[in-house]
Ligand binder design. Structure first.
Ligand code: FE
Ligand code: FE
Length: 325
């Protein structure tokens, strides 16, 4: 038997199910039900799973049969909405990649260092793929940075920069590895993941290329959430005396989140999308954005509240699995 088969039953031709673009679960489902370890997700795993299995050989996770539809290339709320969203997401991923470099630097063991090296690559790739879609949508390469700044600069300053400062305080200044993993897994990814899931679902009928990029990134996020959780859980089992300190960190991070204008941004984003949805209702057809709910019947507020409810569920599940509930 090959090593990959010996490692678990969930492998086929070397690509683990949870990383296979055709067979992986959705992001939220996967994040709740997949248990992965840093040793299992080592460099060998990453090379076997990601370039072929998740990405199908394309750095953006795109396949040639899916193209950018004409209606996305024309000026209008739909195009504006996807561009704002992806510019912001690209900035968030860039900040995540840079912050993770500190986790690589202070990882106490090789399994952790190797894993975060792969996560750093994943996040840098997400930033690349999201801004790559802006190019696919017709942004000239030499204007990309300026266009992104116009689309999402103020939101980055209002939301991402304070979060980054919080993270760097823990990671770079405190060299606090576990605190950094908690910040990343619970406060950043655990809260952003549900927005990503909604994004993939809501763009599918209008911009299948964007949905494909989101899907590949979402598969990576399952691994990030799951391995991050394992690292924290193990640490707290070995060091129960750390529980109070980590709880306090989560509380102060949550308090920071509650002060950031995240709901305002999401609502603005969904309102713009709503205008596009109304213009192109025919394209949505009977497509269900989540089981039993036609996208065409949803409202901006409903989508925002649903993503917020998903965020709470994911975050609570993360905390419980870490032993922090
Ligand atoms: Fe990411
Ligand atoms: Fe991630």
């Amino acid at each position: 038997m090959t090593t990959s088969l010996a490692r678990g039953q969930n492998t086929l031709a070397g690509v683990p199910v949870e990383a296979d673009r055709h067979r992986a679960p959705g992001l939220l489902d996967g994040a709740l039900n997949t248990e992965l370890t840093p040793e299992g997700c080592d460099l060998g795993y990453w090379f076997r799973a990601v370039p072929d299995g998740t990405l199908g050989g394309d750095a953006m996770g795109r396949s040639p049969d899916v193209t950018v539809p004409d209606h996305m290339l024309r000026h209008g709320p739909l195009r504006q909405a996807v561009m704002q969203e992806l510019a912001f997401r690209s900035m968030a991923e860039e900040k995540a990649a840079r912050a993770i470099s500190h986790l690589v630097a202070c990882a106490p063991d090789l399994a952790g260092m190797d894993f975060f090296t792969t996560q750093l690559m994943d996040e840098a790739r997400h930033a690349y793929a999201f801004r790559g879609h802006l190019l696919e949508l017709g942004t000239p390469g030499d204007r990309l940075e300026a266009v992104m700044e116009e689309l999402a600069g103020p939101d980055r300053d209002a939301i991402l920069t304070p979060l980054e400062e919080f993270g760097l305080d823990v990671l770079r200044d405190g060299r606090d590895y576990i605190g950094g993993v908690v910040t990343l897994t619970v406060l950043v990814e655990g809260v952003l993941a549900p927005t990503a899931e909604l994004s993939e679902r809501k763009w599918l009928p209008f911009d299948p290329a964007a949905a494909q990029i989101e899907r590949a990134a979402g598969i990576d996020e399952i691994r990030h959430l799951s391995v991050g959780t394992t690292i924290v859980r193990r640490h707290l089992r070995r060091h129960p005396e750390e529980l109070d300190r980590i709880r306090e960190l989560v509380a102060s991070g949550t308090e920071l989140w509650s002060r950031l204008p995240v709901q305002e941004l999401t609502f603005r984003r969904e309102q713009l999308y709503q205008q596009g949805l109304e213009q192109h209702r025919d394209l949505a057809g009977d497509y269900e954005v989540w089981p039993g709910r036609r996208l065409a019947d949803t409202t901006a507020e409903e989508r925002m509240l649903t993503a917020a409810a998903w965020a709470r569920t994911t975050q609570q599940a993360r905390l419980a699995e870490m032993g922090l509930a």
